[in-house]
Design a protein around this ligand. Structure first.
Ligand code: SF4
Ligand code: SF4
Ligand code: FES
Length: 361
């Protein structure tokens, strides 16, 4: 039986002692989970290890911790995989999730951060008008569209690893914004505009995400919270025409125009263009406010006036144009979804010795 080393971060705030690392040896098969390793260490060596768990089957969402620095469900991570990912191939580091206060050892206070943020987005349906006599009929495509957010088990792994939340703890965050899309994308909800206006105008709302992809990597259920945030932005900006006071919508538009024009990002133009151009009254205080960053960059030669003013376009702009034409020429937006792959008319089977079959054969 292989032996694994679990290096667990221990901390009990009420003792006043600093956090420390403690190692435990566990003899378990490699296919057993990190959670089983922790529970084994608790049963055989130290009954005071704090860990929260229930289903042990990646369903309840209660056992999320950081394994080798990345958030995941402890019951969903095999010991042999975790060991292989570790620097010495054996010592598995287990810590509590980030961005949330620690209650004890691996147990964090989900109420203080995660659930508070979920409450912030009004996580229930707000239908309008008289109730129908029978059940609401929701079009299939709408249901498929929100099913990905419905896969969330509220484990908090995405919240733990969100880089934006590390800088701005008030950021509503990936899990709560994914939850918001659950209702924004539901045609039975009568408050789509109000919900989006609220989330766009909040300085810690949908435009506070920096697209770092960490939440997508962390999520054990394929919810892809960042993709749900992008959906919220598309509906807010393109469908509901919400021009928020945080300048998020204008900044996105400026980005798209910038790449369309140059092929690569012309950073010197991005900031003023996001505010309506260099001479727009909105841009002047922002440009003045960025001088403390620009002047040292100029002095250190990181930016030169020539580079800032003259940005070379990509030699083959036709390729960029072709991408824009393809995307803009679509009749409707393509939204990638966890449960949909490929196209309806694509053959579904190409196994050796078998004839290709269409989707309905
Ligand atoms: S993509 Fe956005 S929401 Fe997701 S972890 Fe990064 S900053 Fe947070
Ligand atoms: S979105 Fe994924 S990572 Fe975030 S709480 Fe839900 S299941 Fe967990
Ligand atoms: S114990 Fe339920 S998800 Fe891990």
């Amino acid at each position: 039986m292989p032996e694994y080393t679990l290096k667990i971060r221990r901390y009990s705030p009420e003792t006043g002692d600093a956090a420390y690392w403690e190692e435990f040896k566990v003899d378990l098969e490699g296919h057993r989970s990190v959670l089983e390793g922790i529970l084994s260490a608790r049963a055989t060596t130290d009954g005071s290890i704090g860990i929260r768990c229930s289903c042990r089957a990646a369903i309840c969402g209660s056992c999320a911790v950081r394994i080798n620095g990345k958030a995941d469900l402890a019951c969903h991570h095999h010991l042999d995989h975790a060991a292989a990912e570790s620097p010495d191939g054996n010592t598995i580091t287990v810590e509590p999730m980030g961005n949330m206060p620690i209650i004890k050892d691996l147990i964090v206070d989900m109420d203080a951060v995660h659930w508070k943020k979920i409450q912030r987005v009004t996580p229930w349906l707000l239908p309008e008008g008289p109730e129908p006599e029978r059940e609401y009929i929701v079009p299939h495509e709408n249901m498929v569209d929100v099913t990905q957010t419905m896969a969330c088990i509220q484990c908090g792994a995405c919240v733990s690893d969100c880089l934006s939340m590390e800088v701005d703890p008030l950021f509503i965050g990936p899990a709560a914004l994914a939850k918001a899309y659950r209702f924004v994308g539901d045609p039975r909800d009568g408050q789509q505009y109000e919900r989006l206006k609220d989330l766009a105008e909040d300085p810690h709302g949908i435009y506070d995400c920096t697209h770092c992809f960490m939440c997508i990597e962390a999520c054990p259920k394929g919810v892809a919270p960042m993709s749900q945030i992008m959906r919220l932005r598309r509906v807010a900006g393109s469908d509901q025409k919400i021009n928020d006071r945080n300048n998020g919508y204008r900044h996105e538009k400026a980005f798209v125009k910038n790449i369309e024009k140059y092929g690569t990002l012309h950073e010197a133009n991005l900031l003023p263009d996001s505010y309506g151009g260099k001479f727009h009254p909105r841009a002047i205080p922002v440009l003045a406010g960025s001088l403390p960053a620009i002047v040292p960059a100029l002095l250190r030669g990181k930016v030169t006036p020539a580079k800032a003013l003259h940005h070379h376009k990509l030699p083959d702009q036709k390729q960029i144009r072709a991408i824009y034409d393809t995307v803009e020429g679509r009749d409707s937006r393509n939204e990638l979804n966890l449960y949909i792959e490929g196209y309806e008319d694509e053959p579904v089977l190409k196994a050796a010795g078998e004839e290709e079959r269409g989707p309905h054969s």
